[in-house]
Design a protein. Structure first.
Length: 268
């Protein structure tokens, strides 16, 4: 709370004095990352721990026990798990963007959208920081690095960031008024994990179910991440459903926040 008020006071003064909203966004993002990892020695390791731990467990279960024959199983799993945990972590944290900063929302007038965007941006920084490790793991798994990574990675990061920005703004605003949203989202994330081709290839899903899974915006994104790291394939036309959903999510998120803005402080 002390950190929130202190940063809020400086940022609020800057906002009232005509300072840039981008400066405020970056300041809050840096503050949150510092608070999150304050006192930890292995902060970078904790960014990596969840996808790597899950990858090891799934690799043992699927490849060694169930003999789920896929090429380069470690890369197959990790290239999907890293972006998935970015997606899941950003959405989960976004539900608390306004609630955790209720003092700032009540006392300082600034663009409210900055709070959920700072959460999403912080999660993106964490993900980008893990990419060197992911690319190293891919390289040592007998998959040749490709020049397409230089273009494909920024493209997919930008697209998933846009999707998360829209969804993050929406869940942050909605959770202020419907507090059941956060636990409901946790359950939905479990369901969505298995409805996304993370631990299985989409090509092995029956046609009828495959069309249903493709409604999920994370399906084309995960397929694109996997195709990029496994085969060096640039995202193709099949990525457009995720782009369309990202635009819809941004529009809905902005609409909901605009309607909720005047009542946020009272609801908190």
């Amino acid at each position: 709370m002390t950190a929130t008020v202190a940063v809020g006071g400086r940022s609020g003064a800057r906002a009232r004095g005509g300072g840039s909203a981008w400066d405020l966004l970056l300041a809050i993002t840096v503050r949150d990352l510092r608070v999150k990892y304050h006192g930890t020695v292995l902060s970078y390791f904790w960014w990596l721990a969840r996808p790597l731990t899950m990858g090891v467990i799934l690799y043992f279960a699927l490849d060694r026990v169930l003999k789920f024959n896929v090429p380069h199983p470690a890369v197959f799993l990790l290239s999907a798990l890293f972006p998935w945990f970015w997606f899941q972590g950003a959405l989960h944290a976004s539900t608390q963007a306004f609630i955790a900063n209720n003092g700032l929302v009540k006392k300082v007038r600034f663009p409210r959208i900055i709070l959920p965007l700072s959460v999403v941006l912080g999660a993106t920084v964490e993900f980008v920081a893990t990419l060197p490790v992911l690319t190293l793991l891919v390289a040592v798994s007998a998959v040749e690095p490709s020049w397409t990574w230089l273009v494909g990675i920024p493209l997919l990061v930008a697209l998933q960031l846009a999707l998360l920005a829209g969804l993050g703004v929406f869940v942050a605003a909605a959770n202020v008024f419907f507090r059941d949203l956060a636990p409901a989202l946790d359950s939905a994330m479990t369901l969505l994990f298995y409805a996304t081709p993370i631990i299985y290839p989409l090509s092995r899903v029956p046609d009828g179910m495959r069309q249903l899974l493709q409604v999920n915006p994370m399906t084309p994104l995960i397929e694109a991440w996997r195709g990029l790291f496994l085969d060096g394939e640039m995202p193709g036309p099949e990525i457009w459903p995720a782009a369309v959903f990202a635009l819809i999510a941004i529009a809905v998120g902005l609409f909901v926040l605009d309607r909720a803005d005047a009542s946020l402080a009272d609801a908190l």
